[in-house]
Design a protein around this ligand. Structure first.
Ligand code: NAD
Length: 430
């Protein structure tokens, strides 16, 4: 098939590269010309395991190309929209880029082509796109919803071996087209109407966020009653009805999806006069969790204006260089506003990425970043951080205080090395 992918971010780029590897003829378009220039040279602008070699392979095989604009003579069978849908101030999803692309596609797509939304869009968007196209006289274009579930850090394997495919379609013929597009994948398919597909995406993210905030609430109670949340998680997770994933207590979720999608779903519910109380609480708990290290540091030091804090990890999770809604940046900004000196270390996030935020000093060497620090906070559980030489860390810090924001360190071992360790509801086994 001839496929056009608009937007070459995490979703669009990985989708385009994988579809090319399935044998389709793929053109990826992005308005960011610098990104396109790098991609045309076979350089991957994002940090994602295994993506760059596959990208180069598909470029060399002439199945994949990149452009800064949708060609007037595009003859694609299906155009996939993978542009951003950032949150507006009220939490709702901003669809300006999506409709900008739809408008252009309405002028340029051949008769009978399909448009698929990969971007996360509010329930009812496929229908709105269809109505918009009709107003342009394009009743011939069919709109399908193909929500994306890849995780940054394992985006390639998630796309090549997804847990399921969700096809939101208006008719049987559209379903056949989506089956053809994903042909080599032998995974469960849920074929449904488009509103259902759009809701599956939001409900999935909201549910995972709920698990995280739930275990964080349990951790906070554990701390007060002398229970160990790590063992509580283990004991709960062994029940197959519950499952062990997303049950690690800590600083909560960040990134470009969960914070945005939870708020958007609260908003979608509000639009139909439904008060989604549970999800509102999930969002609130997550926000409170993020500020917990600051509350504890104040307990230790009182005034923070004379202390130096090192934040270990800037990416919102390991395996990616994505810093959108990074807990580290928010914690750093709050500490700084209270007068603390803040330094950062991350194994992949670069100074270049953060140059617009002047106060952020990211160092490549963790031990240099920790020099003379009064406290360290583990924000991202990169192996490079968990496996630091803690004796060496102890030798360079001014005070040996570590706040383990991801519950990944062995408190007993660190205490033995002379550290004071704080974490979320986690005590060494008695
Ligand atoms: P991103 O910000 O990494 O990429 C979006 C790209 O679209 C950018 O490169 C931008 O330049 C380009 N773009 C914006 N407007 C354009 C236009 N008019 N024409 C051409 N290009 C344009 O975003 P992302 O993380 O890939 O997310 C895209 C969508 O997929 C969002 O709706 C997101 O919620 C959803 N999603 C993301 C993930 C994830 O893990 N990142 C997972 C599932 C779903």
């Amino acid at each position: 098939m001839k496929v056009l992918v608009v937007g070459t971010g995490y979703v669009g780029l990985v989708t385009g590269v994988c579809l090319a590897s399935f044998g389709h003829d793929v053109v990826c378009v992005d308005q960011d010309w610098q990104k396109i220039a790098r991609l045309n040279m076979g350089e991957c602008p994002i940090y994602e395991d295994g993506l760059e070699p596959l990208l180069r392979e598909q470029l060399l095989a002439n199945r994949l190309s990149f452009d800064t604009a949708i060609s007037d003579s595009t003859d694609c069978d299906i155009a996939l929209i993978a542009v951003g849908t950032p949150p507006r101030n009220d939490g709702s999803a901003d669809l300006a880029s999506v409709f900008e692309v739809v408008s252009e596609l309405g002028h340029k797509l051949k008769q009978g082509a399909f448009i698929g939304t990969k971007s996360t869009v509010p329930v009812g968007t496929a229908h709105s796109i269809e109505t918009f196209l009709e107003s342009m006289g394009r009743q011939d274009i069919r709109v399908v919803s193909i929500p994306e579930f890849l995780r940054e850090g394992s985006a390639l394997s998630d796309t090549l071996q997804p847990s399921r495919l969700i096809f939101g379609v208006p008719d049987e013929e559209s379903l056949r087209v989506l089956e053809e597009l994903h042909r080599p994948l032998e995974v469960p398919v849920v074929a449904c109407n488009r509103a259902t597909a759009e809701m599956i995406k939001y409900a999935s993210n909201a549910f995972l966020a709920t698990k995280i905030s739930f275990i964080n609430e349990i951790a906070n109670i554990c701390e007060r009653v002398g229970a160990d949340v790590q063992q509580v998680s283990q004991g709960m997770g062994l029940d197959p009805r519950i499952g062990s994933s997303f049950l690690r207590a800590g600083l909560g979720y960040g990134g470009s999806c969960f914070p945005k999608d939870t708020r958007a779903l609260v908003n979608i519910a509000g639009d139909v006069a439904y008060d989604f109380k549970l999800l509102k609480a999930v969002v609130e708990v997550n926000q409170r969790q993020r500020t917990e290290p600051i509350r504890r540091l104040r307990q230790w030091f009182g005034d923070l204006s004379h202390i130096r804090v090192t934040l270990l990890g800037v990416a919102f999770k390991p395996g990616t260089n994505d810093i959108r809604e990074s807990p580290a940046l928010e914690i750093g900004e709050r500490l700084r506003s209270q007068g603390a000196q803040v330094q950062f270390y991350d194994p992949v996030v670069t100074r270049f990425q953060l140059q617009s935020q002047e106060f952020v000093r990211v160092l490549d060497d963790p031990y240099m970043a920790l020099e003379h620090a009064d406290a360290a906070i583990i924000v991202t559980e990169w192996p490079e951080i968990v496996d630091l030489d803690w004796a060496r860390v102890g030798a360079v810090m001014r005070r040996r205080l570590v706040f383990d924001g991801r519950n990944v360190l062995d408190p007993a071992a660190l205490e033995e090395a002379g550290f004071l360790i704080e974490n979320f509801g986690f005590h060494p086994a008695l």
